[in-house]
Design a protein. Structure first.
Length: 252
């Protein structure tokens, strides 16, 4: 994930033991689960298994209190089609309503995927402009549940900002591990779409239009899995799949 171009308007303490979640905070979620996964030889990252759950299941479990979630990526057993609702396996924590959609154009990048996710939320009636918060998550974060709990705890304080973004131990802000206010987020995405289109645009063009508050996270909470070496550090084995036969990369 790329860094933000500026640090926002302040800071929060992500190690506060009281910031463990927010009861009653209304929010929806967009989970980005597409992409080519070229560094994994094409194996889909959301399907990687970490401690008995896929990374996508972990992302949906992290936002289980959401009113609804849109997964932008192939749905269970399908590679295309319009947005549709799908149930998670029994016993897996997730929002009551989960919708799958594919970004347009396909593999158009995170901004195109976010635009698709917001459109799916609107078409499903998930609140008016300016309504609740929207969680935006990448589906390749093993410890996403702990990070989202801290983000929700920070949002419960109702800071006067457009969003709260997770910040790793090196000071890099992670726009795909964040909570955004729905209204400012939709307006910023619409502006970029009118001016340049969303396909293949960097996330920094979005966050540069928003007032974001960094939330420093404990080490490891924002670490993602984008290579087999990173997967192995988490104890994630290479599945028996044609896409798993990716070449080993220099861990440096």
């Amino acid at each position: 994930m790329e860094p933000l171009p500026r640090s926002g308007v302040g800071g929060l303490n992500g190690t506060d033991p009281g910031a463990t979640g927010a009861v009653g905070l209304e929010f929806d979620a967009v989970v980005l689960a597409g992409g080519r996964a070229t560094r994994l030889g094409g194996y889909p990252k959301p399907q990687l298994d970490y401690a008995g759950l896929s990374l996508l299941e972990r992302a949906l479990g992290a936002v289980r209190a959401a009113r609804m979630a849109v997964v932008v990526g192939p749905g269970p057993g399908e590679l295309g089609g319009p947005p549709r609702t799908a149930a998670m396996p029994a016993g897996r924590p997730s929002p009551r309503r989960v919708v799958y959609a594919l970004e347009e154009p396909r593999f158009g990048g995170p901004l195109a995927a976010l635009g698709t996710g917001l459109a799916a939320l609107s078409s499903a009636g998930a609140g008016p402009d300016g309504g609740p918060w929207t969680a935006l998550l990448a589906a390749d974060l093993p410890r996403v549940g702990e990070a989202v709990a801290l983000l929700l705890g920070a949002a419960a304080a109702d800071p006067a900002v457009d969003g709260i973004v997770g910040q790793d131990e090196s000071g890099r802000n992670q726009p795909l591990l964040a909570l955004y206010r729905r209204g400012p987020l939709e307006r910023a995405v619409a502006e970029i779409e009118r001016e340049k289109g969303l396909a293949d645009r960097p996330l920094r063009e979005l966050v540069a239009r928003l007032d974001l508050l960094p939330l420093p996270l404990p080490p490891g909470l924002s670490d993602d899995v984008d290579t087999w070496e990173a997967a192995e550090r988490w104890g994630i084995g290479r599945p028996e799949s044609p896409g798993a036969a990716a070449r080993r990369e220099d861990p440096r």
